[in-house]
Design a protein around this ligand. Structure first.
Ligand code: F2R
Ligand code: MG
Ligand code: MG
Length: 314
């Protein structure tokens, strides 16, 4: 089993690798595993690989959690604004929301200014790995902090609950050092929203049919769970991919084969698998190809240290 510090680094670096290797193929249709492996190799060969909003927001949240382990909306919004580079490819609702913050709108009002019932995009879930690392040993606090992080930008009940599910997956992968069918069942049991719980249970059932080289089964997964930007679809799909894969490289390759919101599904699956297997399991060639691996690794390691007894101030 990976050390806790290595698991923390693995979760954050898994986010970065999945995002950066998947980004060139965001929006692509499903493809074979063989083609997906080719695509991953092509992406890595085109180094330096840029990360997108998924990692930029995970960095902002991770840095925020060092000072505010329980999440403070005003400070998190300020951290997101300070870090934000719009060219990295943000959701339209997210960009409209940050404009509301810039205009001085209170964060609780801004959360429902763009979509009256809040966003159910996967933006809160894709950035949540730092919460899973920081609160891996305290599942109730983990859920509470993940929900507070999500509700700043993705206030729809499905946007919040899917972010909690993704954080729970990273947390259980961190504390158990594994992520398989039992862990998917654990995450599904904790879902509050009926639709999300059903899709997570379906993801668990689909694992029983998965064979490592079966392209037809992948099409079934993509069609049954969904690969679009809605959190209730892409989070169960990422959780399936993490449990079906043997390591981060395979999880990212599965996301490439599934198609759709590839960078985000790969980032979320990569975070879970990276937490389970640790940073030592990550492909060196991929780490050498991506932007800012040292900064991202340091955040994951620091959060793991905090979880093991560092200062918690608010
Ligand atoms: N935005 C992208 N990719 C497109 C641009 C990439 C291109 N390469 C470029 O550089 O321009 N990817 C990123 O966005 C996704 C995360 O989005 P997030 O943060 O959740 O944004 P948003 O806008 O809140 O939600 C996304 C869309 O979902 C629909 N939606 C959400 N809530 C809704 C509601 N209550 N009612 C109706 N529709 C709702 C809307 O269409 C939102 O725009 C990730 O893929 C990330 O990689
Ligand atoms: Mg993205
Ligand atoms: Mg995406």
């Amino acid at each position: 089993m990976a050390s806790r510090v290595d698991a923390g680094a693995g979760a954050l670096l898994g986010t970065l690798l999945g995002d950066a290797v998947g980004a060139p193929y965001e929006g692509a249709g499903p493809t074979s595993l063989a083609k997906a492996e080719e695509r991953a190799a092509q992406a890595v060969a085109a180094a330096p690989l840029r990360y997108t909003d998924d990692t930029e927001l995970a960095i902002a949240l991770g840095e925020h959690l060092r000072a505010h382990p329980l999440v403070e909306h005003g400070a998190l919004a300020a951290g997101i604004l300070a870090n934000l580079e719009p060219w990295r490819g943000y959701g339209g609702g997210m960009l409209a929301l940050v404009d509301e913050w810039r205009r001085g709108r209170p964060t609780d009002e801004a959360a429902t200014a763009v979509f009256p019932d809040g966003s159910f995009g996967n933006g809160a879930a894709m950035r949540i790995a730092p919460v899973g690392v920081r609160w891996a040993d305290e599942p109730w606090r983990l859920a509470d902090v993940a929900a507070r992080s999500a509700s700043l930008t993705h206030a729809h009940p499905l946007g919040v609950d899917a972010a909690v599910a993704q954080a729970t997956a990273v947390g259980i992968a961190t504390s158990r050092g594994r992520f398989g069918a039992d862990e998917v069942a654990y995450v599904a049991q904790r879902a509050q929203q009926r639709l999300l719980g059903e899709l997570l249970r379906t993801a668990r059932a689909l694992l029983a049919d998965h064979e490592a080289d079966a392209d037809d089964a992948l099409v079934t997964v993509a069609e049954t769970l969904g690969t679009d930007v809605a959190a209730q679809h892409s989070v169960p799909t990422a959780i399936w991919a993490a449990a079906a894969a043997g390591d981060v490289r395979e999880a990212v390759t599965l996301a490439l084969a599934l198609g759709g919101d590839v960078d985000t599904i790969a980032a979320m699956a990569g975070a879970i698998r990276g937490a389970a297997d640790g940073a030592a399991s990550l492909p060196e060639a991929w780490l050498a190809a991506v932007e800012e691996p040292d900064r991202v690794r340091a955040i994951g390691e620091a959060l793991a240290h905090d979880a093991l007894g560092g200062e918690a101030t608010s």
